[in-house]
Design a protein around this ligand. Sequence first.
Ligand SMILES: Cc1cc2nc3c(=O)[nH]c(=O)nc-3n(C[C@H](O)[C@H](O)[C@H](O)COP(=O)(O)OP(=O)(O)OC[C@H]3O[C@@H](n4cnc5c(N)ncnc54)[C@H](O)[C@@H]3O)c2cc1C
Length: 400
Amino acid sequence: MENFDLVVVGGGIIGVAALRSCLKRHPGLKACLVECEPELAAHQSSRNSGVVHVGYNQKPGTIKAKFVVEGSRRLRQFCREHKVPLVEDGILVVARDESEVQVLDELHKRGLANGAVVELINQDRLLQMEPHASGVAALSAPEGASFDPRAVVLALADDARALGAQFYLSEQVIGLAEDTNTVRIETTKRTFTTKILVCAAGLYADRLAHKVGLGKRYQMVPFRGEYHELVPERRSLVRSHIYPAPNLKFPFLGVHLSRTFDGRVLVGPGAVLAMGRESYKNTQVNFGDLLEMAGSPSFWKLFASADFREVAQKEWKKSLFASEVLKEAQQLLPELRTGDLVPSRAGIRAQLVSDSGQLVEDLTIEESALTIQVLNAVSPALTCSLPFADHIVDLIEKRL
Ligand SMILES: Cc1cc2nc3c(=O)[nH]c(=O)nc-3n(C[C@H](O)[C@H](O)[C@H](O)COP(=O)(O)OP(=O)(O)OC[C@H]3O[C@@H](n4cnc5c(N)ncnc54)[C@H](O)[C@@H]3O)c2cc1C
């Protein structure tokens, strides 16, 4: 049996950043990370838009709002220091018609309250910055950037390894039991004990939390974000990131056009209800996950909302018919034609739903005496990851 001071479950950006941050502050600690996949960053932390966000979407006063601006600056600094690909090309959020200008006003207010650098610009400035875009006005966030998220996770892991961390890959945690002084962790290969446990298990966060009696009022609901990308000869239509003004009732950002750190232009993602926590394609159905969801009152309360059903229906249409994605993207970039878009990757958003059927929008943690359960590390948690990891270490320190 292996004994540790700290065990972290989950090799995505949150688990790896928390491990590194803890060892930076407490270099002598005996610490390890357990990840069920053969490599780090196999799920959300590599299957995403790779955008360093800026802090205009988050409602002031939330934990996300507190961490996103600091996180954005620290993440860009981390990329520069660790030679991780980073392109600092700014973000534009576009009002497609006059009715959306008030959404930009709200985002501008939120951005200023959160301490972000944001500016409202008129149509002329928008067209100078993105000559092929269509819109009546925009919010400009010059600190927005593209980066390589997998490379960040690997660089964080290298730092943690240099500080003495051990990594156990291809080992799934299947059992947790907490007693007065230790937590017993059963994996598919061995048993660990630890003085402190941090779980940052992304799509499975609720299941691990439930094993130690936490997070009982939450159910994870997976939403697949499907991307298309522009064919190489049409990439010049987009200089940086063009987002639509979002529907503020939902935490999804809408189909946007986003130039990646390696010069591709992603179009997406949608947010379609996935048929399983790892169902990256429509054809992948996990009946166990579906039955669990169908048995959850949280899910049915969410589904009872007419607003949600309307969005869900729209998203399904986009998932089934690429022409629907094209139509939505054309509202931002009218020159797009059939044939300009080809299917690209997909990611699955781990979205916590509360027992009242609400999509939980903020970063959420629950704690027991010896465990810290990260329940909702929802977008833009890549951007928030470094200060959020420090926050997790503050919680660890209370137990040391
Ligand atoms: C489509 C999409 C686009 C996004 N775009 C952006 C963006 O542009 N900018 C931004 O800031 N954020 C973005 N996000 C959000 C961001 O990607 C996530 O919030 C972040 O990656 C979450 O990291 P994590 O470590 O919590 O989860 P994950 O990366 O999912 O890591 C969890 C890990 O836990 C492991 N695990 C689970 N259960 C077990 C178990 N029982 N035993 C062992 N290991 C286990 C999993 O294998 C996984 O590797 C996006 C998310 C999605 C889905």
